[in-house]
Design a protein around this ligand. Sequence first.
Ligand SMILES: Nc1ncnc2c1ncn2[C@@H]1O[C@H](COP(=O)(O)OP(=O)(O)O)[C@@H](O)[C@H]1O
Ligand SMILES: [Mg+2]
Length: 396
Amino acid sequence: MSTIIVATDSRSLSRSIRLAGTDDELMVITRDQVPAGAAQLLALADDPEAVRTVILDGGGDAETEGRVLQLASRMQQSHPQVSVVLVTPRGEEIALQALRSGVRDVLPPEPPLEDVRWVLRRAAESAQAFATGHAPGDTFTGRVIAVASPKGGVGKTTIATHLAAALAQHSPTGTVLVDLDVQFGDVAAALNLDPTYTLGDVLSGPVATDAIALKSLLTQHESGLYVLPGVRNPAEADHIGTEHISRLLGTLKREFRYVILDTAPGLHEQTLAALDQATDVVLVCGLDVPSVRGMRKELDLLHELDLEPLNIHVVVNMADKSGGLSVADVAATLGRKVDVVLPRSTKLLRATNAGEPLVISNPRDPVSKDLTALAGRFAPLGAGSAGRQHRGLLSR
Ligand SMILES: Nc1ncnc2c1ncn2[C@@H]1O[C@H](COP(=O)(O)OP(=O)(O)O)[C@@H](O)[C@H]1O
Ligand SMILES: [Mg+2]
């Protein structure tokens, strides 16, 4: 049996960790009882060797949180098998610094039970991987959400970046955005990032299957969101095969809770490889006849490809009354309901041009609320989400 040390003065936090119901032994101490050294902290447990997770509540206080980060970094050096989890109300602000210091995950002060379970499970898997020298198993994988549409210019990149930014607010250490519009991707620009590495650098060699190495090559947005941008030069895209994409997504979904994929228009091979690994697809169309017809064809094609178990979310973007088409018309043409409607918004346009997601710069804007509602559709899936069964596309 292994041990979790929790340092908090909050009863509700220790209760939710207890309720998360792992088999681990739980040892709760107050925040004042936390020593400065990693070994001293572990020594508080009956069996220091059995500790695999340490949850430290910073209490929202910058000075205490600074000490927690120092402790995390010492722990990573001396006891890398132990996962340190920081509890803070300032997750978004501090995420990047926390991760760099060796914190494995960040939780809010009143975390949903699902989140606590996720964090504890990841800690268990990484301790296991550490002990056995094997990569973590495939038992618990994240939600892989592809954003797709038959046509360009309908808002896929805008929606993918905003969805990712919104999910990163929920899970700052567990969200990655991958630009699978391999040739002409513009995710890095939409987030105002200047990446060192791109898709072309991570598809072969050991990084393709080693989640930790791969993570170190991702670019981080200030929100904590990890980003893997498309290639620098369109010609590089020729070397990217479906098998590369499958392997990459296989690695990412073991490490991240939310993997968001921006895609190129249409359903070409690379997007199909992505859909084959996806749990969800967000289909985007505008309020115009060609866009809705294209979407109808795409839905039919997904149906023919036997990708049914994919959760499909239909988004009408840039909705306004100028074209004479209504959302009800779209639903009638598609033969299914429209899940989310996003209005045409100059603020959203400006935010994308400035490289700053509206959900972060202006969370109270009505469009930010719509985008957050879209993110809310992706509640964490429990164990076994990886077991979504459909015949592998690529095997056919
Ligand atoms: N709801 C919206 N309101 C206003 N402009 C939008 C909206 N959604 C997207 N845009 C703008 O439309 C253009 C195309 O969007 P983009 O996300 O790049 O589409 P895609 O990735 O499908 O080609 C961009 O300039 C973007 O800022
Ligand atoms: Mg795009």
